[in-house]
Ligand binder design. Structure first.
Ligand SMILES: Cc1cc2nc3c(=O)[nH]c(=O)nc-3n(C[C@H](O)[C@H](O)[C@H](O)COP(=O)(O)OP(=O)(O)OC[C@H]3O[C@@H](n4cnc5c(N)ncnc54)[C@H](O)[C@@H]3O)c2cc1C
Length: 412
């Protein structure tokens, strides 16, 4: 063994780090909640599987991430291949399959004509490099789709001016169809099933809790243990009177200035305090049976932005013949408000339970990456490393969080 390592935060990132290092170091994971898993924890409510927040589906573009993951899980016996059958429920209630731009032939007549005009306009203009999210959406999809779908939908999620969202933050996360592709896909009525990422992997039993349970096996995880103080002492770090050679911090980077003693990071304090983010209220509901995986909701009549039909991902998610889903609202919303909103929503949702997570969507501005990169460099000189959605302040999916943890562990 090469020494002792403390991992702060037993979410997917912390669990991945601990698994990658456990054969080389003596690893202790500190988790503030009563059980590990962070955003991807699930529970059963009257037999129905409830994703408390994230981790609904798994896939990756990184072969090393897939290799690592499928080495720990039996893909064919423990997972199901799920078709992504996502749809947009337009404000008038009309259902348009996703991606919306490939289904213009289903738009109402007026919208169809406006969309064609937009494409002709876009094709006649020289293409310019967009500097923000709004410009990207307008340049790529035109005014009509921006007004009817992209703007209202994204505003519900981000609750901010889309002009303030920089492009590099969205790198690799956005659809980039050319005008030719949009026209081709419409003429040929290409279904989403023919696209590369139209299928995902989903656990046969217990959703992403299955991943948490497997990754937690054999680890030394101390739960109900929020770490509030990490003190530097010579070459080492002290937590709860325990000495560690390295710290891998997978918690919330905003907490660092008040937590760290013996290493001066005050130069970063203001910028860390100013980091912006959103929370999510996830509501478990019984809904009408349907064939969808997700339903995106641009309508301004209610606040929720999407219904995730988790009951369709695995039969074992539903009990008593009921179909269940998770309905998401950005930030905190009271039970009374949830109930009022559900009444106006498609698929007749019936409330079962809700849960609010304070930290779900990190928001970057143009300077965030550089600031966090510089802080990471500084911390790493003292054997203190960051990895995770809210440690790196990156909009990571599970596979990208795993990939970031793998990249870090290779350096240790
Ligand atoms: C709404 C939503 C839907 C998503 N859906 C998907 C999806 O379908 N597919 C996908 O691949 N990804 C999805 N994701 C992303 C996925 O959830 C994340 O990539 C992943 O959970 C990040 O794990 P993490 O460990 O980095 O962070 P977290 O899960 O936030 O873990 C951080 C952990 O640190 C603990 N902690 C914090 N501070 C302290 C402290 N001081 N002391 C001790 N412990 C502490 C927390 O309690 C938590 O357990 C989704 C995310 C959201 C928000």
């Amino acid at each position: 063994m090469n020494g002792k390592i403390a991992v702060i935060g037993g979410g997917l990132s912390g669990l991945t780090v601990a698994n990658l290092l456990k054969n080389r170091y003596e690893v202790t994971v500190y988790e503030k909640e009563s059980r590990p898993g962070g955003l991807i924890r699930c529970e059963r409510v009257n037999g129905q599987l409830y994703h408390l927040c994230g981790g609904h589906v798994f896939n990756s573009k990184r072969q090393d991430v897939l290799d690592w993951f499928w080495n720990l899980f039996n893909r064919d016996e423990e997972f199901l291949k799920v078709n992504r059958n996502a749809v947009v429920c337009m404000s008038n209630g009309k259902i348009i399959p996703y991606p919306i731009e490939n289904h213009a032939y289903l738009f109402d007549e007026e919208m169809k004509k406006n969309f064609i005009k937009d494409l002709v306009d876009l094709a006649s203009k020289p293409s310019i490099e967009p500097s923000n999210f709004e410009e990207f959406l307008l340049n790529r999809f035109g005014k009509t789709l921006y007004k009817e779908y992209f703007n209202p939908y994204n505003k519900k999620i981000w609750k901010s001016d889309l002009r303030k969202i920089p492009m590099d933050w969205l790198d690799g996360k956005l659809p980039m169809p050319s005008i030719e592709e949009i026209i081709y896909n419409n003429i040929n009525r290409i279904e989403e099933k023919k696209f590369v990422h139209s299928t995902f992997w989903y656990e046969k039993f217990n959703g992403s809790q299955f991943i948490v349970d497997r990754l937690s096996q054999g680890l030394n995880i101390i739960c109900d243990n929020p770490v509030n103080l990490i003190e530097k002492s010579g070459e080492n770090w002290i937590i709860n009177n325990q000495k560690f050679r390295y710290i891998i911090f997978c918690g919330i980077i905003k907490d660092l200035p008040k937590m760290l003693k013996g290493l001066d990071i005050s130069a970063y304090e203001n910028q860390l305090n100013n980091l912006d983010y959103h929370g999510t209220t996830s509501v478990l509901c019984e809904i009408n049976k349907n064939p969808y995986s997700w339903m995106y909701l641009p309508s301004e009549t209610f606040k929720s932005h999407r219904i995730i039909c988790t009951g369709n991902f695995s039969e074992s998610n539903n009990a008593d013949g009921k179909m269940t889903a998770t309905i998401e609202f950005t930030d905190y919303i009271s039970k009374e408000e949830i109930l009022l909103n559900l009444e106006k929503m498609p698929l007749s949702p019936l409330y079962i339970k809700h849960h609010y997570n304070q930290y779900t969507y990190p928001i970057q501005d143009a300077s965030t990456r550089m600031m966090i990169g510089a802080l990471k460099k500084e911390l790493s000189k003292s054997g203190f490393y960051l990895s995770g959605r809210f440690a790196d302040w990156e909009y990571y999916n599970m596979d990208v969080a795993i990939g970031a943890a793998m990249d870090l562990c290779k350096t240790l």
